[in-house]
Design a protein around this ligand. Structure first.
Ligand SMILES: C[C@@](CO)(OP(=O)(O)O)[C@H](O)COP(=O)(O)OP(=O)(O)OC[C@H]1O[C@@H](n2ccc(N)nc2=O)[C@H](O)[C@@H]1O
Ligand SMILES: Nc1ncnc2c1ncn2[C@@H]1O[C@H](COP(=O)(O)OP(=O)(O)O)[C@@H](O)[C@H]1O
Length: 288
């Protein structure tokens, strides 16, 4: 069995520039990887089938699973005869704004590249990933990046200075399509992406905390007011920056010292079942 780690992401900024004719939204977002990960196991099958086994009964085990789609895409594109059993040990909350499914797909692409001896470059895997979902290319590279286009154009950037992150997910799940669909661009406050880039480039923790912003908050907050409450609690317990990740509903809080995490973590556990205290993963992926 080959094991591959599939970490979650958070969006430090998420801006939407306009709605495109293809119904996607042109975005500009800064994403970074956090140390909360699913574990993907890959084992060859002689019957040519793709088979999903998961520790979590709430994700699809058929061709709606993004890891399944990634394996199918490799089989179709490169005429692979082998099949694969994909085991997904789920740690990342589902439909949470943390790209769990996208990261499973990215890990599957990287792992099968090795298992099936395809010798594809990381750029090729990222291009293939974009066909599975907008966030998959970023997940192939990991680290910290500026993502543009519909999210699939990736530019590697400096990672945040050392810090810790508390993630809190309320019991609801949100549909990304519904959130983008509910966005009205004349009502939002756009984040300052340039300022965030400067903050990361210069390793300026305070400026980074000042520069977080996500236009999708306006939509998810209206749909689910409990997310606003979690954001307020996170601030009250002392986080330096607090933001919803992606389309939500997960809210993250940043602190610069490990000793400050437990107050926020313990405080939030009273409101949410799923709370995690994690490090950021600064390093970009290379192929094994
Ligand atoms: C909002 C973000 C921010 O990182 O993350 P999540 O909240 O899903 O984690 C992403 O843009 C989500 O990317 P991903 O979840 O891969 O989206 P996709 O599967 O490609 O698209 C799902 C649906 O979202 C909408 N969509 C997605 C991306 C985009 N740039 N514009 C859109 O309008 C479209 O309606 C699309 O049909
Ligand atoms: N491997 C997977 N893990 C989680 N969800 C998956 C997976 N494959 C498909 N999905 C579906 O994708 C949807 C979004 O899931 P996820 O990637 O966890 O959230 P998000 O897009 O908010 O980051 C869910 O409704 C789920 O049914």
């Amino acid at each position: 069995m080959l094991y591959v780690k599939a970490p979650a992401k958070i969006n430090l900024t998420l801006d939407v520039l306009y709605k495109r004719p293809d119904n996607y939204h042109e975005v500009e977002m800064i994403m970074t990887t956090v140390d909360l990960a699913d574990r993907i196991g890959l084992e060859n099958r002689n019957d040519g089938n793709i088979h999903i086994v998961s520790t979590n009964g709430f994700i699809p085990s058929d061709n709606r699973n993004l890891a399944y789609q990634a394996a199918q895409l490799l089989k179709d594109t490169y005429g692979v005869k082998e099949g694969v059993t994909i085991t997904i040990e789920k740690e990342i909350p589902i439909a949470a704004g943390l790209a769990g499914g996208s990261s499973d797909a990215a890990a599957t692409l990287k792992g099968l590249n090795e298992l099936w001896n395809l010798n594809l470059s990381i750029d090729t895997l990222a291009e293939l990933g974009a066909k599975v979902g907008s966030d998959v290319s970023f997940c192939v590279y990991g680290g910290t990046a500026l993502a543009t286009g519909r999210g699939e154009k990736i530019q590697n950037i400096a990672s945040p200075p050392p810090c810790w992150v508390v993630l809190a997910k309320p019991k609801i799940g949100v549909s990304t399509a519904q959130v983008y669909g509910g966005l009205s661009l004349d009502e939002v406050e756009h984040p300052n992406t340039k300022q965030m880039l400067q903050a990361l480039e210069s390793g300026d923790y305070d400026l980074m905390c000042e520069s977080v912003g996500n236009v999708l908050e306006s939509v998810t907050f209206k749909l689910h007011p409990e997310v606003v409450m979690i954001k307020e609690q996170m601030k009250r317990f002392g986080a330096d920056a607090v933001l919803m990740s992606g389309s939500g509903p997960t809210v993250f809080g940043i602190v610069d010292h490990e000793s400050r995490i437990s107050r926020i973590y313990n405080g939030l556990r009273g409101f949410c079942d799923e709370v995690f205290a994690v490090r950021l993963i600064g390093e970009r992926n290379t192929l094994a």
